[in-house]
Design a protein around this ligand. Sequence first.
Ligand SMILES: [Zn+2]
Length: 288
Amino acid sequence: MKWTIGDVTVTKIVELEVTGGTRFLLPQATPEAILPIAWLRPHFADETGRLRMSIHSFVVQTPTQRIIVDTCLGNDKQNRRIPHWNDRDGPFLADLAEAGFPPESIDTVLCTHLHVDHVGWNTMMVDGRWVPTFPRARYLMGRTEYDHWSTIHDRPDMAHILADSVTPIVEAGLAAMVETTERICEEIRLVPSVGHTPGHVSVMIESRGEQAMITGDFMHHPCQIAHPEWATLADSDPEQGIETRRTMFADLADSPVLVIGTHFAGATAGRIVRDGDMYSLDSQEQRP
Ligand SMILES: [Zn+2]
């Protein structure tokens, strides 16, 4: 799946798609609450009101850079809280190469934040060691994000994630800490969208008068466009997350920005439009 924004292309590489089982993430998104939101079907919810979600990376190709945004779960990882996220043996790297992007061709890795499903393929297991999957890349990580997660000690799961997917990058000398408003290249800049995590960023793409935004996790599912007040249980600061969504949706609804969702299944992208006194996602033109 591919989108073109001026001179930039964005390609989605899927690691995992799921339907249902999202109660641990969005407890308010019950089938009874989802069914009335008709525009969520068929791409983002099924006929019984269960949410469809996806874990994927985006490869952003500009005239000068090949950037992979977020690196999913990875293979062979241990000590993950979700059972089937452990000991994975998926074809992600083969799929990435088949799409035209072998790991050595990636020159920038960009993590919107440092949660488990966004840093996994930063590293891979070779001869019993975690080594950088993208050996020629600069890995961009938020300074605020890195400082936060590397100094808290009440989240043993985050300690494991840093140890196998972040620290090896730092030790290999490939990490570059960036600010939440950093410009990456002429077409790409970061936009702070905090709440889900303290240093969370979204990725703005601008080329030849066209614009798109890769969301990261300031929202996890399009149902939050209809219900910005629905926080996920994974949010560091739920109130700030709600504020971020309200501000973002108000801005995006008055703009031509194509919103490309980091966990959106199916059509994955669309434009946020006003829908009475609410918002919805118009993904019509994006349907394959
Ligand atoms: Zn995520």
